[in-house]
Design a protein around this ligand. Structure first.
Ligand SMILES: [Zn+2]
Length: 363
C-alpha cells in the first residue's frame, strides 16, 4: 500500500537486562502443563470470526484478525486539554513514528490494535485512520474521558450531555470526521473515584447501555474497581461488556471474582522492567501465573493481555519503558509453551475480538 508519509527512523531500543537473560534462554518454563489444566473451552470454535469490530476505517469481521494487541497507545498527550501545549506537535513526526511502530508489529503477525487513548489524553482519530490506511493494521479507538481531564467544551455538562457525546462518537463519528469509536474507556483515580470520575462513569454506563458496547477501565486496585462497577451497575450496565484494565497489581482472588461476574480481566505492563505507576508486577513469570490461575479456575475465556506501551508521548519527558513488540517476540512463545497453542490463541486473539466487538445496537 502506498505510503503517504516517510516514517522517521526509530531510535535504537536498548535491551533490558531481563530481555538479555530471556534471549540467552535462561528462563526455564514448565512444559506440558496444559494437559493437566482444567481448561474449559467454553467458546465454540470460530465464534469470534463472526463478530464485527468497529475500526477507524469501518466495520471489519473478526475472521480478518490474525493476532491482536488489546491495550496499546499510538499517541498520548499528558499536558491536559486546558494547556495550550496540548496536542501541539508536528503531526508528520507523530505519524511517521506511529506508522513505523505499526509496521513492526504487523511484521509479527499483528493486524488488530486496540488504542485506549481517550478524550483528555490526546485522542486523535484522524491520526489513527491515517496510520491504519498506511499499514493495513485494523485499529479500534476509544471514546470516554480520562479522570479529571475533561476538555473545556465538556466542562460543567450534565451526565446526560456527556453520555450523548459518547453515543455520538460511537454511532455518528468523532468530531464530525465520521470515524466511529469502538468502545468507551474510563479511568478512576487509583485511590477511588472522585466526584468528576463518577460523573464520567455514569455517562459511560448510560451510553454503553444505549449502544450495547464495551466499557474498559483503568484501575490497578480492586477496591476502586468495585466502586466503579457499583456505579456502572446502578445505571444498568452489564459486566459482560466490561474490561478491567491494569488488574495485575490486584490478587488472583479479585481477578476470579470479577470474571465470575462476567468481566474480562486484563494484565498489561508486560515488557516493562518495573511499574512506576502502580508498583504492580511486570515480569513474565508473574503474568503467566496470573493467566494460569484464571485458566485453572475456568476463566480462560475472560482474560486478555497487553503491553500498554505509548509509541509517541508528548511531552517526551513522560515517555515510559514499554516495548509493544515484546508480546509476540518473547511473551507469546512462553504462553504457548506453558499454556498450549489453543489457550494462547484464545487469549491473544479470540478473547480480544469478543471483548472489543462492536456495540450490539450499532448498525
Ligand atoms: Zn493504557
Amino acid at each position: 500500500m502506498l505510503r503517504k508519509s516517510m516514517p522517521i527512523p526509530l531510535a535504537e531500543r536498548s535491551l533490558s537486562r531481563r530481555r538479555f537473560l530471556t534471549m540467552a534462554g535462561t528462563v526455564a518454563l514448565a512444559a506440558g502443563a496444559v494437559g493437566a489444566t482444567p481448561w474449559r473451552l467454553a467458546r465454540a470454535a470460530g465464534e469470534s470470526d463472526a463478530m464485527v469490530l468497529q475500526t477507524v476505517l469501518g466495520s471489519v469481521n473478526g475472521a480478518a484478525v490474525e493476532w491482536a494487541l488489546p491495550h496499546e497507545h499510538l499517541y498520548v498527550d499528558f499536558h491536559g486539554p486546558a494547556d495550550p501545549a496540548y496536542m501541539d506537535v508536528d503531526w508528520a513526526d507523530v505519524t511517521g513514528a506511529v506508522v513505523n511502530s505499526l509496521m513492526e508489529v504487523k511484521a509479527q503477525g499483528v493486524n488488530l490494535l486496540v488504542d485506549w487513548t481517550n478524550i483528555g489524553v490526546g485522542r486523535n482519530a484522524l491520526l489513527l485512520r491515517s496510520a491504519s490506511r498506511q499499514t493495513d493494521v485494523h485499529i479500534v479507538c476509544a471514546t470516554g474521558i480520562y479522570k479529571s481531564l475533561v476538555p473545556p467544551a465538556l466542562a460543567n455538562k450534565s451526565v446526560e450531555q456527556i453520555a450523548r457525546r459518547f453515543v455520538d462518537d460511537l454511532t455518528l463519528g468523532i468530531d464530525d470526521t465520521g470515524i466511529r469509536a469502538g468502545f468507551i474507556k474510563i479511568a478512576t483515580t487509583e485511590a477511588g473515584p472522585t466526584e468528576t470520575d463518577a460523573v464520567i462513569h455514569r455517562a459511560a454506563a448510560i451510553a454503553a447501555r444505549e449502544v450495547g458496547c464495551t466499557i474498559t477501565l483503568h484501575s490497578p486496585h480492586a477496591a476502586a474497581t468495585k466502586a466503579v462497577v457499583a456505579t456502572l451497575e446502578k445505571e444498568g450496565f452489564d459486566l459482560k461488556r466490561f474490561v478491567w484494565g491494569h488488574s495485575q497489581p490486584s490478587s488472583s482472588e479479585d481477578h476470579k471474582a470479577m470474571a465470575e461476574r462476567g468481566a474480562m480481566v486484563q494484565f498489561d505492563a508486560i515488557s516493562a522492567d518495573s511499574d512506576p505507576f502502580f508498583n504492580g508486577p511486570t515480569d513474565d513469570e508473574s503474568m503467566l501465573k496470573r493467566i494460569e490461575a484464571m485458566i485453572a479456575a475456568g476463566y480462560g475465556d475472560r482474560v486478555i493481555v497487553s503491553i500498554d506501551a505509548s509509541v509517541f508521548v508528548h511531552p517526551p519527558k513522560w515517555q515510559y519503558d514499554r516495548d509493544n513488540t515484546y508480546m509476540y517476540r518473547y511473551f507469546k512463545p512462553k504462553m504457548e509453551e506453558r499454556l498450549g497453542a489453543d489457550a494462547t490463541r484464545q487469549i491473544l486473539r479470540d478473547n480480544v475480538i469478543r471483548a472489543f466487538r462492536r456495540g450490539d445496537k450499532v448498525t
